[in-house]
Ligand binder design. Structure first.
Ligand SMILES: Nc1ncnc2c1ncn2[C@@H]1O[C@H](COP(=O)(O)OP(=O)(O)OP(=O)(O)O)[C@@H](O)[C@H]1O
Ligand SMILES: [Mg+2]
Length: 468
């Protein structure tokens, strides 16, 4: 036992401080057990504190290699990482970007644990990405929207009709379903194609800023205000895409409605109106009917915007499209990374059909791109190339993959607790693999998709004698 074990009994004032600060903190002791996991960390990782505290992190995540856990690297090798950026999806399909500092903790020259400090920069990341509108062109056209199923083809046909007019369009779809692709394709298929396409996320900025960004301002309108045209003026003749319109305040929604009806805007602090000719494509990421019920969307604005409605289905409702999407993204990244990856294994194919894809097509694309970053030779994408959260969900002991070896023995006494049963299956499986590899832990770990350290931990925990 080390003196870090006393940390959970920190004075209440320290515990409150830990929970009040806006950075995530995760501390493990010298055995790899989590001893501090503050409120912000649990928010960032979307993990329940009780599922993490006092558990060994190797019991919570299956690590493919030690590099995947900087905390473990800090503990076992004393490595420190500063400002390491990490982007991943949580189980709700939200993309999360953090910047982490990880370092070992020492006392009297002995390593007693490791700490990870995480800053959630998701919002900032979105801001810089999405406010780069002046540099972004509308690149996509309908022929780049991949999908053969009736579900998506019907939506494409419907959206194509919108290219003939300048009516407002309301696009509804979950995150990553391709709303931006549809908006750009409509713009590029319309007679406005040679004019600007500008998109702005309404949720990314506070109301006070959004108003100036949309409508512009004149000098002296407020402290620091300069003469500048808003997006309506900049998009004149073209298309303005307003993302997550349901997050605008009611009063701004009213101003927007007025601009649409009168085809003119007034800069903040100005006395005259300026006429503008802009097509609006708005998006919502919740069902518009729910938006209306919850008063997130004004009814009058909704009717004005939804002259054409486009409902993009989530990927889980068109899983037959997964194979061609996978081929499409493999082609894309083969080209980009100068690789010749031929496809995915049958095992991964099955897993992709089972997975629910909360982050939709964007998540699929990230997964293919991430896997191809791990590939050296021109091999197929296999289970070990997938991200930890997917592997954990479909890991081999769950009988999803190496099913023959891991099929549970259902003749066991019914009183046996699930954990004991899982431990037994895991133990048997590891023993078999060790025998197969003639006791070579490194080789067995590779075959099992675990780091050597992780396998050794499991061998110790499950009392596995490697000399048998
Ligand atoms: N049908 C599709 N065919 C090809 N690529 C697609 C398709 N749908 C989405 N993508 C890919 O997924 C990425 C995300 O799509 P997009 O940005 O349009 O999603 P979104 O619905 O606007 O998401 P959000 O609500 O998070 O803004 C795109 O960059 C594109 O590469
Ligand atoms: Mg979008």
């Amino acid at each position: 036992m080390t003196n870090t074990a006393s940390i959970p009994h920190l004075p209440i004032v320290y515990r409150q401080l830990l929970d009040a600060i806006d950075v995530g903190i995760h501390v493990i002791n010298d055995e790899g057990e989590s001893i501090i996991y503050n409120r912000k960390m649990s928010e960032i990782e979307d993990m329940d504190r009780k599922d993490v505290l006092h558990k060994n992190i190797m019991d919570i995540f299956l690590f493919n290699s030690e590099d995947e856990s900087r905390l473990l690297q800090a503990l076992s090798k004393g490595y420190a990482h500063r400002h390491a950026k990490q982007t991943y999806f949580n189980y709700k399909g939200q993309e999360i970007t953090t910047v982490n500092d990880t370092f070992p903790l020492s006392h009297d020259g002995k390593r007693i644990g490791a700490v990870e400090i995480a800053k959630d920069i998701t919002k900032l990341e979105r801001l810089t990405r999405e406010n780069a509108w002046d540099k972004k062109d509308a690149r996509f056209t309908f022929d780049q929207i991949i999908g053969d199923t009736f579900a998506i083809q019907e939506v494409i046909e419907n959206a194509k009709r919108a290219t003939r007019t300048s009516s407002s369009v309301l696009i509804y779809g979950e995150t990553g379903t391709g709303k931006e692709l549809f908006a750009q394709s409509i713009h590029n298929g319309s007679e406005r194609a040679s004019k600007p396409f500008i998109s702005q996320n309404c949720a990314a900025l506070p109301d006070s800023l959004i108003e100036g960004i949309l409508f512009g301002s004149v000098k002296g309108a407020f402290t620091g205000a300069t003469d500048h045209p808003g997006l309506f003026e900049q998009a004149d003749g073209g298309t303005l895409m307003l993302d997550e319109i349901n997050s605008l305040s009611t009063s701004l929604q009213a101003k927007l409605l007025r601009a649409l009806q009168e085809k003119s805007i007034r800069r903040i602090g100005d006395i005259k109106n300026r006429s503008v000719d802009v097509r609006i494509i708005a998006t919502v990421n919740e069902d518009p009917i729910v938006s209306l019920q919850k008063n997130h969307l004004r009814e009058d604005l909704y009717y004005r915007l939804s002259v054409v409605s486009v409902l993009v289905p989530p990927l889980r409702q068109r899983k037959e499209d997964i194979p061609i999407l996978v081929d499409h993204f493999i082609d894309k990244y083969n080209h980009r990374f100068q690789l010749n990856v031929p496809g995915i294994t049958a095992e991964v194919e099955k897993l992709f059909q089972k997975y629910e894809w909360p982050g939709n097509v964007r998540e699929l694309e990230h997964m293919v791109e991430g896997a191809m970053n791990l590939i050296y030779d021109d091999e197929k994408i296999d289970y070990s190339h997938l991200p930890v959260h997917v592997r954990t969900k479909f890991h081999p002991y769950a009988g999803q993959t190496h099913s023959q070896d891991a099929t549970p023995d259902l003749n066991l006494t019914p009183t046996k607790a699930l954990q004991a049963h899982l431990d037994e299956t895991e133990k048997r499986y590891i023993e078999q693999m060790l025998q197969h590899e003639r006791g070579n832990v490194t080789k067995a770990a590779t075959k099992l998709g675990l780091s050597r350290q992780s396998l050794q931990y499991r061998m110790k925990k499950l009392n596995i004698d490697n000399r048998k």
